[in-house]
Design a binder for this molecule. Structure first.
Ligand SMILES: Nc1ncnc2c1ncn2[C@@H]1O[C@H](COP(=O)(O)OP(=O)(O)O)[C@@H](O)[C@H]1O
Ligand SMILES: [Mg+2]
Length: 299
């Protein structure tokens, strides 16, 4: 993929002024999705860690004539970190965007096949994508805080849901969960844009988790950050998986090996070549192509 293509892909990411997964306006409501929204986080006790929470079946995605994903079958376990790796252009971001229907915002994109979230096909006509994105939040490669205060960034999603109670407490909790509280607690009124890149990315994570989603999708969340900020994000991701299902796209294989429980390897042409426990993928993959990719023979 050329730099231009990368840039044009990046332009599909929401800017602070457009709708984002963490900031969508209040939907009129899809009952099937709305009913089960658990704003207070009290319904998290059901289900063992590791049960599939997202499942794709024969998922195909096209941009115009170009097929970006080919018949993807993948079951993502609850409250674990699932990494998606593979060379540039192999469809990792496309798959991630299918999960919370962010591809809906790309005119050329067409999705065929099924994608289940908690047993419900997210492409069913009665699913409200805005409600879906509230339960499946997203964090992008380039931190995209709103040009507002630190506090208002985190409170944004709560206010949009018309939550008025305990906002201070919820903001504090989200900032603590995102490992940012100690650094910003005395400057909550300061502009988010004055934070460092690594802090901005942790703020975006705080904004995404403030509304208490079930799943957090992260598209190369550390690739624009320096090594120290990257290491903080990696530590944070492992902690987040105690409460949330995390799906992370990374082109950094060491990062996938360090932080993920499961790894999906996509290769050129939008094919899912292997999906297994991360240790198995990195130590003893079934596929020769995966072994070649992991040992750096191509990619
Ligand atoms: N908005 C888009 N319009 C047209 N083609 C796209 C768009 N986004 C991605 N593609 C194409 O789909 C394929 C997969 O892209 P992408 O999912 O971004 O891959 P990755 O994240 O693995 O680098 C590539 O061939 C890319 O050029
Ligand atoms: Mg990508």
């Amino acid at each position: 993929m050329t730099e231009n293509e990368m840039t044009s892909n990046d332009s599909t990411e929401p800017t602070p002024t457009t709708e984002t997964a963490a900031s969508s306006p209040d939907p009129s409501g899809d009952p099937l999705i709305e009913q089960s929204i658990d704003v207070e986080g009290t319904g998290d006790t059901a289900g063992e860690t590791g049960e599939p929470v997202i499942e794709s079946r024969d998922l195909n995605v096209f941009y115009g004539e170009t097929q970006a994903l080919q018949g993807i079958d993948l079951a993502i376990p609850e409250k674990q970190v699932t990494a998606m790796i593979g060379p540039s252009g192999c469809g990792k971001s496309t798959f991630l965007r299918c999960i919370n229907r962010m591809n809906d915002l790309i005119d050329a994109a067409r999705v065929e096949g099924d994608l289940y979230f908690e047993g419900k096909n997210v492409y069913d006509a009665d699913v409200d994508p805005v409600a879906l994105r509230r339960r499946i939040g997203m964090v992008f490669q380039h931190p995209n805080p709103f040009p507002k205060s630190i506090y208002d960034n985190v409170a944004y999603g709560l206010r949009i849901q018309d939550q008025t109670e305990d906002i201070d407490e919820k903001v504090e909790t989200a900032l603590k969960r995102a490992a940012l509280w100690d650094e910003v607690k005395d400057q909550l009124d300061k502009s988010a844009l004055d934070l460092s890149g690594g802090q901005q990315q942790r703020l975006c994570i705080a904004r995404a988790i403030a509304v208490d989603p079930d799943v957090i999708l992260m598209d190369e969340p550390a690739s624009a950050l320096d090594p120290i900020a990257t290491s903080k994000i990696e530590d944070l991701i492992e902690e987040l998986a105690e409460e949330f299902t995390v799906v992370i796209v990374t082109h950094n294989m060491q990062q996938a090996a360090r932080i993920s429980d499961k790894t999906a390897v996509f290769l050129t042409g939008g094919e899912l070549v292997e999906f297994d426990d991360t240790d198995k993928i990195f130590e003893n993959p079934e596929s020769q192509r995966v072994e070649d990719y992991i040992t750096g023979k191509f990619g």
